[in-house]
Ligand binder design. Structure first.
Ligand code: CTP
Length: 338
């Protein structure tokens, strides 16, 4: 109990000594699909990550992929994006926020702007880039871009971070709240110009889960003014996210999964090799109590982690990712690439 209570705020403590302490009191082996493990276990597992050589294991990937297939049913490897094939004209989506359930119909005007059909081919190598500051000074940019397909989160800026975070992008998420926080709801022409200009950084799909957000109107407004040729602004399919969320709920997760974690699930259904960068829910490096890590690689804000923890359970997610890494299903890259 003492170990558990001391490690609750591991992000503020010396992770190294906590790992040693935990190591001496437990010899737990990882098992992914039954529960979300505690932070203490996360740290223990991290230690094994540090010391073990990594090999991809195709049969473990197949086992886990199958489990996901059973959980997601017809949503597996499909329906990540709302398109004209999977969504009929005037279709009504129902989504639940904390207080109420809402219904939103796809208007004709929106429907004609949806992509015709999105293909979901198998991809040999994928990179998934989380937004942690751990990626700074990693020189992982080339490694990330080596992938056939690169997933990125929440329209993280690229140009200034090419050496560490790369520049390739095939699927970039765009949280609808960004329209408020960065572009003042697109209320003035100069916000619209800046928004469209910033979006030119990305290629292929810019994926926004509009139909899960209370800010839906702002978000679908983007569809109407979007005329970029570099990429397509597409809408996330709400039931797909919900299915992935339910899959993890039955395995012990109580809170909303993060965008990055969702992308790992999307990628597991499509990619043969998954490489993760910038996933690190701590504010310090593991082997240094003093070396701090930015929460986001592209900005200096110091988030109140307790607020983040109210919405997401990044510790449990990270522990699952570590277990997937240990089983050779994904590879988490931490530290320098060369
Ligand atoms: N992430 C991480 N460690 C951090 C910051 C982010 O592992 N220090 C991962 C998370 O999976 C997160 C993703 O990178 O979803 C993108 O980060 P961010 O833009 O900060 O996502 P949030 O806004 O925190 O959350 P959401 O998942 O709701 O979009």
């Amino acid at each position: 109990n003492e170990v558990v209570s001391r490690t609750r705020s591991a992000s503020k403590l010396n992770l190294h000594s906590i790992m040693e302490e935990y190591d001496s009191t437990s010899n737990r082996t990882g098992q992914i699909w039954n529960f979300a493990t505690s932070e203490t276990e996360t740290i223990y597992l991290y230690k094994t990550l540090l010391t073990k050589e990594h090999f991809f294991n195709a049969s473990n990937l197949a086992i886990f992929r199958n489990e996901l297939r059973l959980g997601l049913g017809s949503y597996f490897n499909n329906n990540v994006v709302i398109d004209q094939q999977n969504t009929p004209r005037n279709y009504t989506f129902t989504f639940e926020s904390k207080k109420k359930s809402s219904k939103k119909q796809i208007s004709d005007d929106i429907h004609k702007r949806l992509p015709n059909n999105i293909s979901y081919e198998v991809i040999p190598r994928c990179s998934i880039v989380g937004n942690s500051g751990l990626i700074l000074n990693s020189t992982c940019g080339n490694d990330i871009d080596k992938a056939d397909f690169v997933f990125r989160c929440n329209a993280a800026p690229l140009k200034a971070f090419v050496v560490d975070a790369g520049s390739k992008s095939n699927f970039t998420t765009f949280n609808p709240s960004i329209l408020e926080t960065r572009y003042q709801k697109l209320s003035q022409p100069d916000n619209v110009t800046r928004f469209l200009n910033d979006m030119k950084e990305y290629r292929e799909l810019l994926w926004a889960p509009c139909y899960t957000a209370v800010t839906m109107e702002n978000c679908t407004k983007v569809l109407k003014l979007y005329n970029l040729t570099e990429n397509k602004f597409v809408l996330g399919y709400p039931s797909h996210f919900k299915k992935v969320q339910e899959f993890w709920k039955t395995r012990g997760f109580k809170k909303r999964i993060t965008t990055g974690f969702y992308l790992v699930n999307v990628a597991i259904s499509r990619c043969r090799e998954l490489h993760l960068y910038g996933f690190w829910p701590f504010l310090q490096e593991v082997d240094s109590a003093i070396k701090s890590v930015r929460y986001h690689y592209f900005e200096e804000i110091k988030p109140d982690l307790s607020k983040v923890e109210k919405v997401h359970d990044m510790q449990s997610e990270f522990s699952v990712l570590l277990q997937l890494h240990n089983l050779g299903i994904i590879k988490i890259h931490i530290g320098r690439c060369n």
